[in-house]
Design a protein around this ligand. Structure first.
Ligand code: IPM
Ligand code: MN
Length: 361
């Protein structure tokens, strides 16, 4: 089992170190190799995703990723900015299916900004298409407008596009995930989110979802416009089971959903390609404002490592063990700053990692 470890920038190095520690405590045989990515790689090699890093990622069974980005790179040309590293990895590894579960742990019900009764027991799964849409659509750029509201003035444009096969494959991922969850006691429903009242891409999205849905008669399918979905997520989040949507809407809705759980510091994610090769990263960013202070929450990354074991490395039992250990440290009242509340014990990034290792034993 070969794992490419790409810590990246900001808190990335701190949280990935804790996840690696947890993996090493499992008594499984891993080959782990670390490489630079993002701003760190730009500093060392002049590019956020050097050839050597990409090669390592391609050859690995799975990639454990921290986070990339820092404000100090905002002025660089876009191809050199840290974010291009994660976009490049998604593109070159074909990681089209992004799983972002939002689970509210019982012990953290009070840490959410929503009323406890709205989120207690929350367990929903956002599936975001990750290699299409306005993120990657061509053409894009800047030019002088020849039409529109202000001909003759500078304009910028991006292209939102989706092809039928792109939608079909993410639809299958969503229905199959809903089926798995149903077997474990969930409702068995897919909510497809789009903006078909305005956008052609969304109309095709909806049409294809309906077609593929016919192959999954055991799973219910409903549709929601993205603005309404944003509202329903804070109004009645538990009504969702699997939410599937495009790249742009999924980016926004998954950040929104993360806050239902108390802290974005708790949310893992998996980005998968058709060969079960995956990239696993916390849903949060590099948080340069708290980098180097040892206060970041490593649990999202540790839970991402658990997803890696289950999704890419066929080690479901080890994944269960990590998840149980995370529950146990929360039960012990251990909290990093982002989830701290009166009456609990505040711990550092390192102490949290150590506590998970101890709970594993
Ligand atoms: C995410 C991030 C990325 C995205 C950025 C860093 C390019 O926000 O993984 O959600 O927009 O997809
Ligand atoms: Mn995002």
């Amino acid at each position: 089992m070969k794992i490419a470890v790409l810590p990246g920038d900001g808190i990335g190095t701190e949280i990935v170190a804790e996840a690696v520690k947890v993996l090493q405590a499992l008594d499984l045989k891993f080959e782990m190799e670390t490489a630079l990515v993002g701003g760190a790689a730009y500093e060392a090699h002049g590019h956020p995703l050097p050839e050597s890093t990409l090669k390592l990622a391609k050859e690995a069974d799975a990639v454990l990723f921290g986070a990339v980005g820092d404000w100090k790179y905002d002025k660089l040309d876009r191809p050199l900015r840290p974010e291009q590293a994660i976009l490049g990895l998604r593109k070159h590894l074909g990681l089209f299916a992004n799983f972002r579960p939002a689970i509210c742990y019982e012990q953290l019900v009070g840490a959410s900004s929503l009323k406890p009764e709205l989120i207690a027991g929350l367990d929903i799964l956002i599936i975001r298409e990750l290699t299409g849409d306005i993120y990657f659509g061509q053409p894009r750029g800047r030019r002088i407008a020849t039409d529109g509201h202000f001909p003759g003035s500078e304009e910028a444009f991006d292209t939102m596009r989706y092809s039928r096969p792109e939608i079909e494959r993410i639809a299958h991922v969503a229905f199959q995930a809903a089926r798995k969850r149903k077997a474990a006691g969930s409702e068995g429903r897919v909510t497809s989110v789009d903006k078909n009242n305005v956008l052609e891409t969304s109309q095709l999205w909806k049409d294809v979802m309906v077609e593929i849905g016919l192959q999954y008669t055991d799973i219910a399918l409903d549709h929601m416009l993205v603005d309404n979905a944003a509202m329903q997520l804070v109004k009645a989040p538990k009504k969702f089971d699997v939410l599937v949507t495009g790249n742009m809407f999924g980016d926004i809705l998954s950040d929104e959903a993360s806050m239902l759980t108390g802290s974005i510091g708790m949310l893992p994610s998996a980005s998968m390609n058709a060969n079960n090769q995956g990239l696993f990263e916390p849903s949060h960013g590099s948080a340069p404002d708290i980098a180097g202070k040892g206060i970041a929450n490593p649990l999202a990354t540790i839970l991402s490592a658990a997803m890696m074991l289950r999704f890419s490395l066929n080690q479901g039992a080890a994944a269960d063990r990590i998840e149980a250990a995370v529950k146990s440290v929360l039960e012990q009242g251990l909290r990093t700053a982002d989830i701290y509340s009166a009456g609990t014990t505040r711990v550092s990034t390192l102490e949290m990692g150590d506590a998970v290792v101890k709970a594993l034993k």
